[in-house]
Design a binder for this molecule. Sequence first.
Ligand code: NAP
Ligand code: MG
Length: 475
Amino acid sequence: MAFEYAPAPESRSIVDIRSSYGLFINGAFVDGSGSLKSVNPATEETLADVATAGSGEIDAAVAAARTAYEKVWGKMPGRDRAKYLFRIARIIQERARELAVLESLDNGKPIRESRDVDVPLVAAHFFYYAGWADKLPYAGFGPQPRPLGVAAQVIPWNFPLLMLAWKIAPALACGNTVVLKPAETTPLSALLFAEICQQADLPPGVVNIVNGAGDTGKLLVEHSGVDKVAFTGSTDVGRAIARAVAGTKKSLTLELGGKAANIVFDDAPIDQAVEGIVNGIFFNQGHVCCAGSRLLVQESIAEELLATLKRRMTLLRVGDPLDKNTDIGAINSSAQLDKIRELSEIGAEEGAERWSAPCVLPDRGFWFAPTIFTGVTQAHRIAREEIFGPVLSVLTFRTPDEAIEKANNTPYGLSAGIWTEKGSRILAVADRLRAGVVWANTFNKFDPASPFGGYKESGYGREGGRHGLEAYLVH
Ligand code: NAP
Ligand code: MG
């Protein structure tokens, strides 16, 4: 039985969105050489004009980061850097509601997620790396690990603030300074973070935020004044960056795409597995690099599991991201919606069977109903390519060996899930999966103490945990 819910919208008055924003360079908001408009994907309304950086502004940001590195931050004792990071973490907690509402407005993700997942994890990341700042000699990278210098960081739109935290917290803890470029469609929470840096009295130039499209990112990562490049985004752009950085002294970490297998064995508890499947592919509208976008289900339970899954999907509420009852918000941009539609059409053309949960989509904004494809084979494009939307491809298997072979049959290797009651099976299967993160009887769980990263075309380097320090230290 489905319940009717009265609307429970979070108020947007908590956040004061300015009509225009500058670039954040050397501790101040300054003019850019162009501008972009950030829109609310749930309504298509313009939220703000945001200044963009060309080569002059990138030069200025890198120079500010260099000066701050050499004069202040690079030589500051770790215990003092820690104080700034703890202060930033506490301000993030104090301003959590504001950050969550802004993130949902600019990105389209449900407030329930920005409020309960993104923003708490952002604060947790700063707390976690604040704790490392004065303990680096004990991190296992030698007695006197040194920072690299100026880090150029480029992030995508799916977790704007969380990806910022994953990049900035470890870099600063290790004594580096940063120039960060947010994604074109989600610049606003990074600009609020810039205000938080001011509020925390972070020395000017330690954090610089430059907005713009791909060419701004390209200017930044190719700048001769940076020592380190950290990128999260698509495999294609990651490849281009790897080529551009090759032969330079810059060190590089890449967090790229994924096509994770979520494997359900016949002894798995069906209801829990269905919750995990839903969380794995419909969390954040499926805009998740480690999403469980390929369901591998053991043939003997496929029928029962799919019936339960479809029943569960009919209960998902799609709509206003600011409504606290919403499970699935808006697709981040019309370009991403086109991509999801195109690959879904190809899935149907190639012979897979498409089923979407019945739901009424709002008239304005970018929306896609939660969808599954059954009868998918390894040859189908929807089994191989990242859709990056609320679309699940379902394949079946008969034996554990077949499941492992299918799970690994992908150019990616970011994450995977295993559902079974047997601990021994979890360990045996996890051991043979080529994926950076393997969840057992759960999915999409994150913790700042746990390293995250990929194999193969999902990139290299680890973020999070002690491992995440390695990417920002000379060793
Ligand atoms: P994208 O096109 O690669 O963009 C990522 C970032 O790079 C954006 O800020 C983008 O700017 C910028 N950019 C574009 N072209 C560039 C260039 N030539 N040089 C430097 N920077 C450039 O990826 P997306 O479509 O926004 O994000 C989705 C992808 O990210 C998915 O494939 C997903 O799997 C991956 N992802 C991976 C992880 C992970 O941890 N492994 C996490 C989240 C997302 P614009 O915004 O202006 O295009
Ligand atoms: Mg936006």
